[in-house]
Write a protein that binds this ligand. Structure first.
Ligand SMILES: NC(=O)c1ccc[n+]([C@@H]2O[C@H](COP(=O)([O-])OP(=O)(O)OC[C@H]3O[C@@H](n4cnc5c(N)ncnc54)[C@H](OP(=O)(O)O)[C@@H]3O)[C@@H](O)[C@H]2O)c1
Length: 156
């Protein structure tokens, strides 16, 4: 297959299994996350998706190295729980900053590259919590609903 993949949050859980699957199919996977050291299935780049410069630097270094970027998986995310009235606004903002704006930053960095190449695939990780709102996870559900609707707009 030989595709170049950017996978955010590829050091754990779904992201790690996705990286493993794609690497086994012959893809070269670059994974972006906050921790210093990554896994043995992907090339690790330490980058926080809430930091525009770190995201841009990571994407530019991959492009310099490979010359093209074929697939992007916006997987990095987390969920907060708690009653709405006891959740600080700052916490709610942070939920969106990672789950929604993290994806926005990565896509703003890669979309011009994909347009120039004339090809590319973007996968944005939403959740069943988008169409089915989860009690006490209002901000997680809302952030994933934002990801879902943004993605529908991106592909329409
Ligand atoms: N698990 C589920 O049942 C489920 C269901 C539906 C949707 N999802 C979605 O699927 C995705 C993965 O879920 P998971 O359960 O596999 O999560 P997980 O095991 O907690 O892994 C999250 C990954 O995201 C990275 N990450 C977190 N914050 C980041 C940031 N600010 N910048 C860069 N990387 C960051 C983490 O690495 P570092 O700690 O090194 O940064 C880690 O690699 C999430 O978007 C989640 O909302 C999960």
């Amino acid at each position: 297959m030989g595709k170049i993949v950017i996978n955010t949050g590829g050091t754990s859980g779904i992201g790690l299994e996705t990286a493993r699957f794609l690497a086994n199919k012959g893809c070269k996977v670059y994974e972006l996350s906050r921790r210093e050291n990554g896994t043995d299935v992907a090339v690790h780049i330490q980058a926080n998706v809430t930091d525009e410069n770190q995201v841009r630097n990571a994407v530019e270094s991959i492009l310099r190295q490979e010359g093209h970027i074929d697939i992007v998986i916006n997987n990095a995310g987390f969920g907060i729980s708690g009653a709405i009235e006891y959740t600080d606004t700052e916490e709610a903002i942070r939920q969106f900053d990672v789950n929604f704006f993290g994806m926005v930053r990565v896509n703003r960095a890669v979309l011009p590259i994909m347009h120039r190449q004339g090809h590319g695939r973007i996968i944005n990780m939403s959740s069943v919590a988008a169409p089915i709102a989860i009690p006490f996870q209002a901000y997680y559900s809302a952030s994933k609903a934002a990801v879902r609707t943004y993605t529908l707009a991106l592909y329409s």
